[in-house]
Design a protein around this ligand. Structure first.
Ligand code: SF4
Ligand code: SF4
Length: 121
């Protein structure tokens, strides 16, 4: 069974372009939605995402909607903790394919990563 964990230097979920996430207002509170929109840069990437290092520059203080935890996913999406693994894998696949492409290096790295269950984050 595949086990979700984040792949370092992937960064796909830091591409925040709201046009690609039309359901944002359905699951974010008005405060979180305003915060989300304030993070969107002109190129669609988060203003805190460093494209060179492919890392978050405010990782320890990143908003709750950036955190993959049972608590946040239950609050935001109504996902039960036992559903989190499969849901997070689907979210990452969708985001990585949307940003980098289905046959991208990032997509291949993610599939290999979750298949091998190597936790790097
Ligand atoms: S899309 Fe998934 S693997 Fe990539 S940075 Fe975000 S959480 Fe990590
Ligand atoms: S705050 Fe950090 S983790 Fe969240 S989208 Fe921006 S760069 Fe990514």
């Amino acid at each position: 069974m595949a086990t979700w964990s984040c792949v370092k230097q992937c960064g796909a979920c830091c591409h925040l372009d709201p046009q690609e996430r039309p359901e944002l207002e359905d699951y974010l509170s008005p405060e979180d939605f305003a915060l989300y929109m304030s993070l969107v840069g002109a190129d669609g990437w988060c203003i805190h995402y460093d494209a060179l290092s492919r890392e978050c520059q405010i990782y320890a203080k990143r908003p709750r909607f950036c955190r993959v935890t049972p608590e946040t996913f239950e609050q935001l999406y109504g996902i039960e903790p036992e559903e989190l693994n499969d849901f997070a894998i689907d979210c990452c696949r969708q985001q990585i394919e949307g940003v980098y492409g289905e046959r991208s290096l990032e997509s291949l790295q993610f599939e290999r990563h979750i298949g091998l269950d190597l936790s790097q984050c």
